[in-house]
Design a protein around this ligand. Structure first.
Ligand code: UDP
Length: 458
């Protein structure tokens, strides 16, 4: 970039889900710190939520411009029906993105960075002769799994259409944790048609990823060496992004953050609070939710619990937790609809993180040296749990009873075990140090990120 040329102008296209928008926004903030301008393209539905959640604090700055295009669904349609959403995206978004890029003729886009799951955006960029980057916001092992699909078919693990031939544990490489075939990302939906639609969508993304000049990933080589060295050396780790921009602001949330809990945390003893959060998507059955409430009560420790308005699967729409609970808990427990999670996890009062192990939550707990109690719900979260508990050894898993429930006594016991054994905290601090080294001067992710920036500026 010469002194007189304008800063590069990036077009960032996240997949329309909370766990995808936040990390791409983190990447955009890092790029803005390096002088890039970013046009961040949400779907119309998510753009409204992000702007609404930002209303109180306008901290995105001049370098990041938020825009939207439609996702192809009607306003009232359910965005959690991922099969339907994927079909609508493919039908409508490519044309709309092309129109948007053409409208920006006076302020030309120099590079498109698209979530790997929005591979169609790389096709648009390729057609318009714009440089292309695929961004993978989850564990590299999960992208490696998708890229291994032809082998999975050859080995008789799945059919050509992605259908799981039998429920079994498989390993992508002998040094990686095993994964259950029923938790393959496309296979964890009840309906076979949804499974097939998502499999087709993912296969299509596998092909379009080949159009990318770079495939970057929000992970670090130190966290999952076999995935980067043996399975998919073409994926370049540049994370954890939040750790590299630790003091910066974050944005991209779908719900306004309730920051009152930070004041409550200030009043708690150091390393005393259990933080409980299941990300943006998890829904618990009523009995399970009740058992969790009672388990936290039984633990007799302070806790901060994120209960989204849609956190419980209950058609009758009863209020949760049940009557009398909050009175019994008093000031020992705090419930919020949506927390400023990164700030919470870096607070000195936090003792452990009871988490669904979404990749972002996993990285956030890890980067803050917080031990885990893992409660996966869906898809890759089971694999992330194995990283946390079996490989990194900084947390414990819950056992379920014969009805599939994690009981209140199990919750209380595991809280006691993880907090009663200092080795979990010691290990969590070691892991934190390791990822912080990776994202600071001389570290692997830092070097990769710098090389990436150089290429973008060239
Ligand atoms: N999050 C948050 N406040 C909450 C709960 C979650 O800000 O109360 C953020 C969290 O910090 C993370 C993201 O939402 O960055 C959730 O992503 P993750 O991959 O962990 O889970 P998903 O929502 O995709 O299941």
């Amino acid at each position: 970039m010469s002194r007189s040329s304008p800063p590069p102008h990036i077009l960032a296209v996240p997949y329309p889900a909370q766990g995808h928008v936040i990390p791409l926004m983190e990447l955009s903030l890092c790029l803005a710190n390096h002088g890039f301008r970013v046009t961040f393209v949400n779907t119309e539905f998510n753009h409204k939520r992000v702007v609404n959640a930002l209303a109180e604090k306008k901290f995105i700055g001049d370098q990041i411009h938020l825009v939207w295009i439609p996702d192809g669904l009607q306003p009232w349609e359910d965005r959690n029906e991922l099969g339907k959403l994927s079909e609508a995206i493919l039908e409508v978004m490519p044309g709309k993105l092309e129109e948007l890029i053409n409208k920006l003729q006076d302020d030309k886009i120099t590079c498109v960075i698209a979530d790997e799951s929005m591979g169609w955006a790389l096709e648009v960029a390729d057609r318009l002769k714009i440089r292309r980057v695929a961004f993978w916001p989850a564990a590299a092992a999960m992208l490696a799994l998708k890229l291994c699909v032809p082998k999975l078919i050859d080995d008789g693990i799945i059919e050509n259409d992605g259908t799981i031939i039998k429920k079994q544990m498989i390993q992508l490489s002998p040094t990686m944790p095993s994964m259950n075939t029923v938790n393959f990302p496309w296979a964890c939906f009840d309906e076979l048609t949804t499974q097939k639609t998502l499999f087709y969508y993912m296969q299509r993304n596998n092909r379009t990823t080949k159009l990318a000049n770079w495939v970057i990933c929000n992970s670090a080589i130190e966290l999952e060496p076999p995935a980067f060295t043996t399975l998919a050396p073409e994926i370049i780790p540049i994370g954890p992004l939040l750790a590299s921009s630790r003091l910066g602001s974050t944005a991209g949330y779908f719900w306004p953050q309730d920051s009152t809990c930070l004041k409550w945390l200030d009043q708690q003893l150091p390393q005393s609070v259990i933080y409980v959060a299941f990300g943006s998507f998890t829904v618990l059955e009523q009995t399970q939710f009740q058992e969790l409430a009672l388990g936290l009560e039984l633990s007799n420790r302070p806790f901060l619990w994120v209960v989204r308005p849609d956190a419980v699967n209950d058609q009758a729409n009863d209020s949760y937790p049940q009557e009398g609970y909050l009175d019994r808990i008093g000031t020992r427990g705090q419930l919020v609809g949506w927390a400023p999670q990164q700030k919470v996890l870096s607070h000195p009062s936090i003792a452990c993180f009871l988490s669904h192990c979404g990749w972002n939550s996993t990285l956030e707990g890890l980067s803050n040296g917080v031990p885990f109690l893992s409660w996966p719900y869906f898809a890759d979260q089971f694999f992330n749990e194995s990283y946390v508990c079996d490989v990194w050894k900084e947390g414990l898993k819950f056992n379920r009873n014969e009805s599939g429930i994690i009981t209140q006594v199990e919750i209380k016991d595991k809280v006691e075990q993880v907090l009663g054994d200092y080795r979990f905290k010691a290990r969590a601090l070691q892991m934190k140090e390791m990822v912080m080294r990776s994202v600071t001067e001389g570290g692997n992710s830092h070097m990769n990120f710098n090389n990436f920036i150089k290429w973008m500026k060239a």
